[in-house]
Design a protein around this ligand. Structure first.
Ligand code: FES
Length: 115
């Protein structure tokens, strides 16, 4: 995956999703962003079931209806706005949310731990 730019976010479909690499002090970590109803949500790309990446096709994190995040490994479904698993082997567990901010045209994305 690649770094995420504001221009890529602006081009994202609604609903739509995109994977990217999050730069952390301890190294890069795979993550993804979802746009839904003109709002952005970002999570680490690690399923709470096994820790595997959720996408089987790059940048494809949503189900066919575009209303839930889907893990391609065993089919878990997550709410876009909360990251809560509502179907599958990890029901009631959550994706790790990221804080995504655009300030002065630049993108800043952090984990809760790095704040
Ligand atoms: S690894 Fe995601 S549902 Fe099993």
């Amino acid at each position: 995956m690649t770094k995420l730019k504001v221009s890529q976010l602006n081009k994202l479909k609604d609903p739509g999703s995109r994977g990217f690499t999050l730069d952390l002090v301890e190294g890069g970590q795979e993550a993804f962003v979802v746009k839904k109803n003109d709002k952005l949500y970002a999570y680490l790309n690690s399923c709470p079931h096994t820790g595997a990446p959720l996408d089987w096709v790059p940048h494809q994190f949503l189900n066919l209806e575009g209303n839930l995040i889907q893990c391609a490994v065993h089919g878990a479904l997550f709410e876009i706005d909360t990251g809560l698993c509502v179907y599958g082997p990890c029901v009631n567990r959550r994706l790790e949310p990221l804080k995504l901010e655009i300030k002065n045209g630049k993108l800043a994305c952090t984990t809760r731990h790095s704040e």
